[in-house]
Write a protein that binds this ligand. Structure first.
Ligand SMILES: [Zn+2]
Ligand SMILES: [Zn+2]
Length: 169
């Protein structure tokens, strides 16, 4: 049993972030190579920053983190990189938070992406479901509706915050 009831900072959780970053950067390199897109140092740097965080980051937080790494980049340039990452589906925009999350998956067109967002610590987990996608496509068709974006954002409590609640004081 853990002596501490505090969930700690949400980014300090129990896996190796170097792997998240290496995976995300590798996916980005493969995507750019395949499509002949330019992988600029800034695109790479923003991807590393996003992949290090499992809490979605706003554009200005990314500007701050770049500055901490010694790179002073105007927000407009960061927005342009974010647009690129979202367009290539290397990152997702979390609408409810106006923030961005690196994506480690290769999505298929009919897939619904579901974000489980912790309202307390901000930790955001991405899950996807073909079953949900099929049901939603069916419901949309029945309404004569053409979906443009298939993203669901679910607010709640992550496992760490829930366990922290359950622990004796
Ligand atoms: Zn994704
Ligand atoms: Zn949480």
């Amino acid at each position: 049993m853990s002596a501490s009831a505090s969930p700690g900072p949400p980014e300090a959780h129990d896996h190796d972030h170097d792997q998240c970053v290496a995976g995300a950067v590798a996916r980005m390199e493969a995507c750019c190579a395949e499509k002949g897109l330019r992988l600029t140092p800034l695109r790479r740097h923003v991807m590393r920053i996003l992949a290090q965080s499992h809490v979605p980051l706003g554009a200005y937080e990314i500007v701050d983190r770049l500055a901490r790494d010694g790179e002073n980049v105007p927000p407009m340039s960061v927005y342009r990189v974010l647009d690129f990452l979202v367009a290539e589906r290397l990152a997702h925009r979390i609408e409810s938070r106006n923030a961005f999350l690196a994506c480690a998956h290769a999505h298929e067109a009919d897939e619904v992406v579901v974000f489980l967002i912790c309202e307390r610590c901000g930790l955001t987990k991405e899950v996807s479901s073909h079953a949900v996608g099929r049901d939603l496509a069916w419901a949309a068709r029945a309404s004569g509706f053409t979906p443009r974006q298939r993203v669901l954002e679910i607010a709640g409590l992550c496992v760490r915050c829930r366990e922290a609640d359950a622990a004796p004081q």
